[in-house]
Design a protein around this ligand. Structure first.
Ligand code: PMV
Length: 337
């Protein structure tokens, strides 16, 4: 018996940074679900015990511990899974060595397969998408936002109804048309392994001198985004999203020990974006995840202009001139024939 899903990655606008318990967020976050950057996974239940992982057609034992930890964490909710061996066949649509984390899309795809198999085996699942979000969260926090399309909130906060610590929820308040088709061109600055993992970064928030202010700020930013998203207020959107990105990296730089994930070319690109916006008035902005790459965000209507800007002023700073053109997507799809 098997199940197959394609699940996209996501990029946070208000960042989750800091966690407690079993993958519970210290502050609320909201993200755009992406489209092109995705993982396609088939999960097969086998009679023979054991876990095997095939990545891009190649047996990859180094991924087995990650899947084993995931199974361990979800076993309370899905004890049936322990009766089977698991064969995972997975493929990322973005280049393996792009420095783009595949954990959000990968864990989301795997979680969707588990919930689908639970249903096929006759186990009752009241809200399959919500359950997949819980399981994805147990695999990798931000993955819980990848089970829905569009804007997704994770973490309980007073300004978002039904928001939860346990799972992501589709953002249900008014959203201006412009944000439904927003573009994200990812500038690949550093395609290697990160010097400090997200897991270590979350841990450093535990004793961070600015933790309480940061967590309060994130709640404030979720609330502030509400009228911005409803009105399509691009200036306010860009200001808030860039502040979030720089705050995330500011938290890294002010952790003990301190560290820096931006590279010189990250700053060159940020400078180019801000200068171009100032001079042209084109609403191009940036965000960053926990790495050196720059996500360049802009409305679909500015696609042509943004593309030539990227070509002329961003690619020279990218590793081998590489970028990935992505956009806000509709969320995961079943790949079942
Ligand atoms: O889900 P994790 O543990 O890889 O943490 C992701 C954290 C950020 O990408 C920096 C922010 C976020 O909300 O996705």
């Amino acid at each position: 018996m098997k199940s197959s899903f394609r699940a996209p990655s996501n990029i946070a606008l208000v960042k989750y940074w800091g966690k407690y318990g079993v993958q519970l967020p210290s502050n609320p976050s909201v993200s755009f679900t992406l489209d092109a950057c995705a993982t396609e996974t088939t999960l097969e239940l086998t009679e023979a015990a054991g876990i095997s992982v095939v990545l891009d057609g190649v047996d990859t034992p180094s991924f087995v511990p990650k899947v084993a930890q995931f199974v361990e964490r979800i076993a309370d909710r899905h004890p049936w899974i322990l009766r089977y061996g698991l064969r995972v066949n997975t493929h990322n649509t973005f280049p393996h060595s792009s420095g783009i984390a595949s954990s959000a899309s990968g864990m989301s795809a795997l979680a969707l397969c588990v919930v689908d198999l639970a249903a096929k085996l006759g186990h009752e699942v009241a809200d399959p998408r919500q359950e997949a979000s819980v399981l994805a969260r147990l695999g990798s926090g931000s993955a819980c936002r990848s089970v829905y399309g569009g804007l997704v909130v994770w973490g309980e906060t007073p300004s978002v109804d039904r928001s939860s610590q346990d799972f992501g929820v589709p953002y249900a308040d008014a959203v201006h048309e412009v944000f439904r088709t927003y573009r994200d061109t990812v500038a690949l600055v550093d395609v290697g392994q990160k010097a400090v993992s997200s897991t270590a970064g979350h841990q450093l928030m535990e004793a961070h001198p600015f933790r309480e202010q940061r967590f309060a700020q994130a709640h404030g930013h979720l609330a502030a985004l509400k009228p911005i998203l409803a009105a399509g207020d691009l200036d306010a959107f860009m200001e808030l999203v860039e502040l979030e990105a720089l705050t995330l990296h500011g938290l890294m730089m002010s952790s003990q020990p301190s560290y820096i994930l931006m590279r010189p070319n990250t700053l060159h690109i940020i400078e180019a974006i801000r200068a171009y916006r100032r001079e042209s008035g084109v609403p191009i902005s940036f965000t960053l995840d926990a790495g050196a790459n720059v996500h360049i965000l802009y409305p679909a209507a500015f696609e042509q202009t943004a593309r030539s800007f990227v070509e002329d002023q961003v690619k020279p700073w990218c590793k081998d001139g590489r970028t990935i053109a992505d956009r806000v997507g509709q969320g995961p799809v079943s790949l079942q024939q």
